[in-house]
Design a protein around this ligand. Structure first.
Ligand code: NI
Length: 185
């Protein structure tokens, strides 16, 4: 497995619409290797999600989640994100409830901001074995899925903020906005 270079804001790959993966290609060594490398890269940089365009691959797929660790059962269920690989995801918000909360992005390092997102969403996608799957996500998992799917359309979390007034560097975030860990994605 390789740690891949992460594209930072300003790189055109982050603003392009990514191409769907042919379902027959999902099991190819090229795509499987990319998925393995994306998990390794996400873990290396302590991310909670990583979309293919962030590693210069213009494909509609992302990885997300935290590997379960001892003690995780104490974590708030709302903040736990199961490990997932979603390919060609299509998301449909459920209901009209929108939550605003902090986000960070591996492509916009050291910055946090408050972003409104649908609190619940349905997702249809393929998993890494090429099987069609349906997910109902809420809370932080729903937020991460929306953030990563945006990357596949060239959208960054800054575009989703209704005001830039909460944009903050991580040092000031820790100093003024509480010590909660807001992982990049
Ligand atoms: Ni991101």
């Amino acid at each position: 497995m390789s740690i891949l270079k992460v594209a930072h804001m300003g790189h055109p790959v982050l603003r392009a619409r990514a191409t769907a993966v042919g379902p027959a290609d999902i099991k190819s060594p090229r795509i499987q290797q990319l998925i393995d490398d994306m998990f390794a890269t996400m873990r290396e940089y302590n991310g909670v999600g990583l979309a293919a365009p962030q590693v210069h691959a213009g494909l509609r797929l992302f990885v997300a989640g935290f590997a379960p660790r001892p003690g995780d059962e104490d974590e708030d269920e709302e903040t736990r994100v199961p490990l997932m690989t979603l390919i060609n995801p299509e998301i449909t918000p459920v209901g009209k409830t929108v939550d605003e909360d902090w986000e960070g992005c591996l492509s916009i390092p050291e910055i946090r901001g408050r972003v409104p997102r649908a609190s619940e969403t349905d997702v249809k996608a393929y998993d890494r074995r090429g099987r069609p799957i349906s997910i109902h996500a809420r809370g932080f998992t729903a937020r991460v899925i929306q953030h990563e799917t945006d990357h596949l359309d060239g959208v960054l979390f800054l575009d989703r903020m209704t005001s830039l007034a909460t944009l903050t560097y991580i040092e000031e975030f820790n100093r003024y906005w509480g010590s909660r860990n807001v992982p990049e994605e």
